[in-house]
Design a protein around this ligand. Structure first.
Ligand SMILES: [Zn+2]
Length: 300
């Protein structure tokens, strides 16, 4: 509490060097202990998210994507400590757990949805593969040429999975899009490593995903997040050109850093949020440690 008080005071007098875009994935229940989840640290506990949201509401300035796009057009100024909350992939727990917390603190969010699993109603390929094999095999598969990866992941049989790994339904995607706090963003159909695919495949992944999301939401999908997101490794300049050419207005990587207005709007950096980041730790990172030289992180 003492530490939180100190960093909170520091934060209150602060001006961020750009937007702090927080990148979450799933939200798990505090008490459920049903054995290990694959990539467990990507599923932040509900109480942790609640602490983060309280801090953001009390000491920072939560912004919406609309606020940011308007600031990009010089229609308005961003506040001094802008924070944008994002969720990658499209876990159902965003709908069943995060939504209520964000409503309590009135914090806007963008949910980047990979539409293939949503349409089919199964798991994301990396969760399926990690349960069937292990997490290491997922990392190996990410470096395969696209066709080989596709054959490999399509051959994995269905697996029994914890409810925590469930994926949003198309109807839930529509409900989130209609909610005043939420916006839906693109994240490809099948969540491939785009850099491993040829240009027509990349285009198809990005275009079809957007078309599906717009059909489910009935509105324009204007932002995109690169799967896995490391610049030059998971996507290339060619991918960025495609995203820009397809009419997206902003895109997000997983490079760690504040998103300054001077940098490219097609590669906005974000901060990865993992389970175990306490409220005090988040205050410390926002006020101090995230100011240091950013480094690339490997995430989905
Ligand atoms: Zn992802």
């Amino acid at each position: 509490l003492l530490a939180t008080g100190f960093y909170r005071t520091r934060l209150r007098r602060d001006r961020f060097p750009g937007v702090a875009v927080l990148c979450y994935h799933g939200i798990r229940h505090d008490r459920e202990v049903r054995g290990p989840l694959p990539f467990e640290e990507l599923h932040v506990r509900a109480s942790e998210l609640e602490g983060h949201c309280r801090l953001i509401r009390e000491e920072c300035h939560p912004i919406s994507l609309r606020d940011w796009l308007a600031a990009d057009q010089q229609e308005r100024e961003l506040p001094s400590r802008p924070v944008l909350v994002t969720f990658d992939d499209g876990y159902e727990s965003v709908f069943t757990r995060a939504k209520a917390i964000l409503e309590t603190y009135q914090i806007p969010a963008v949910v980047f949805v990979s539409s293939g699993a949503v349409r089919r109603g199964g798991l994301f390929w990396y969760d399926r593969a990690a349960i069937r094999y292990d997490e290491a095999s997922v990392e190996t598969a990410k470096s395969l040429p696209h066709d080989q990866w596709q054959q490999w992941e399509q051959a994995i049989v269905d697996v029994e999975a914890s409810a925590e790994l469930r994926v949003l339904t198309p109807a839930q995607v529509g409900e989130l899009a209609a909610h005043p706090l939420f916006e839906i963003g693109g994240h490809t159909v099948n969540h491939p490593i785009l850099a491993n695919a040829d240009e027509p495949t990349q285009r198809r992944e990005i275009e079809e995903n957007r078309r599906e999301l717009e059909a489910w939401t009935g509105s324009e999908v204007s932002v995109f997040a690169y799967p896995n997101g490391r610049p030059g490794i998971d996507y290339t300049e060619r991918t960025t050109m495609l995203v820009c050419g397809l009419g997206y207005r902003m895109a997000f990587s997983t490079r760690s850093g504040f998103a300054s207005i001077e940098e490219s709007r097609w590669e906005r950096p974000r901060f990865l949020m993992l389970s175990g980041i306490t409220t005090e730790e988040l205050a410390h990172r926002l006020a101090f440690s995230w100011r240091r030289k950013a480094s690339a992180e490997s995430i989905r």
